[in-house]
Design a protein around this ligand. Structure first.
Ligand code: SF4
Length: 377
């Protein structure tokens, strides 16, 4: 791009942004803790979904010290429903690092910010530019789209080659005198004006120099290679109830939903054709003597789509008599659970962070059945 085009691009974006600011609590924020928190929440989350979580987290943990001193289970509970729980675990670990190893002083260089757990290039550039006005260009989906269209770039954006090329272009176009404002402007322009569908080309201040618009290629850009198919996983949950308690176990690390809580789990290669018929086998995975275990019913399948996987789950509900001890979850798990035990049913939702599919089943079947006394608990 020529110098003239670069100046045009920057000036137009900054002028556009001056008239299109979105009134969000983190906009214009200079406190690096708040900027960091908002950026971690927004990594894989829409603004509308992330906003109430940001407000709840800031209320619960107003400073990095508050977050660092909170138990991880509490942080995960506040995060419940937002998904991608590694973000919450990394946030907590990084808060502890800042509070206890840096005396609460937030890092203020790109490299140090980038070294925090859970912070990648994009998030480091956002924090560096918004909180410290450092000249580092952000590169998110909005920036890819604006640049691909404005410059007419055909390279599929989900390739390493594109990452290299677009990073260099984004850095070249960044306004070094107003990096924070510029970064916010290009992202908001992509989100609100140069939108994925129905971009506002006919009222666009960039249109005169926009290659995609001038060549009629807006609908074709940005290009993307088709994603790899998602892995299918099949979970048979055994919901063991004993009086007013239920058996809960914490998921181990190194897999989806690390540290969240679930019921006793048998992972299989497929869901059974006739789910109720294998209820005795499900119970037998966890108890050597199943003669006193009463089967109440099976619910599902439930389904949850994650970024790289789809989880299909059935929930088998059993009543366990008082004199029978604990199930043996290690019989079904590669790794033993981090924590496991009988939990009061009133505390399951209140105290434990649950995967969305487990929480959904819990609310729809167990809580509503309890209210209707269908399970005679
Ligand atoms: S003219 Fe259309 S495609 Fe080009 S930058 Fe503007 S909104 Fe985006």
């Amino acid at each position: 791009m020529s110098n003239e085009e670069t100046h045009f691009f920057r000036a137009v974006l900054l002028a556009w942004h001056a008239g299109h600011r979105r009134p969000l609590p983190w906009k214009g924020e200079r406190d690096p803790y708040r900027v960091w928190l908002s950026e971690i929440i927004l990594q894989q989350t829409r603004v509308e979904q992330g906003l109430p979580y940001y407000e709840r987290l800031i209320a619960a943990y107003p400073t990095v010290e508050h977050l660092a001193r909170a138990p991880l289970d509490d942080v995960l509970k506040h995060w419940e429903g937002l998904g991608y729980y590694s973000r919450a675990r990394n946030l907590h670990a990084a808060a502890r690092h800042i509070a206890f190893e840096r005396s609460g002083v937030f890092p203020n260089t790109f490299e140090e910010i980038r070294a925090l757990k859970g912070v990648g290039d994009y998030t480091a550039a956002a924090i560096a530019s918004f909180a410290f006005d450092l000249p580092h260009a952000v590169l998110d989906g909005n920036v890819y789209r604006v640049l691909a269209r404005f410059l007419g770039i055909e390279t599929p954006v989900n390739t390493p080659e594109a990452h290299k090329r677009f990073s260099a272009l984004a850095q070249q176009l960044l306004d070094p005198t107003h990096p924070g404002a510029y970064n916010q402007a290009i992202m908001d322009f992509g989100a609100q004006h140069c939108r994925p569908r129905q971009p506002l080309c006919h009222q666009c201040p960039l249109a005169v120099h926009c290659v995609a618009f001038q060549q009629g290629r807006v609908a074709d850009l940005p290009r993307k290679n088709p994603p790899a198919p998602r892995q299918q996983r099949f979970f048979l949950y055994a919901v063991f109830q004993k009086g007013h308690s239920v058996w809960m176990q914490q998921r181990p690390g190194g897999d989806i939903w690390a540290n969240l809580y679930e019921f006793a789990l048998w992972e299989t290669n497929a869901l059974p054709q006739e789910p109720a018929r294998i209820a005795p086998q499900v119970a037998a995975r966890f108890f050597s003597d199943t003669s006193k275990i009463a089967f109440h019913g099976v619910f599902g399948p439930y389904r949850q789509t994650l970024s790289h996987r789809v989880v299909h789950a059935l929930f088998y509900v059993f009543e366990v008599p008082a004199d029978v001890d604990v199930p043996q979850p290690e019989r079904s798990l590669e790794q033993p659970s981090a924590a496991a035990g009988w939990t009061s049913m009133d505390k399951v939702e209140k105290n434990l962070a649950l995967p969305r599919i487990v929480a959904q089943f819990w609310r729809e079947k167990i809580l509503s059945c309890r209210q209707n006394e269908m399970l005679h608990l």
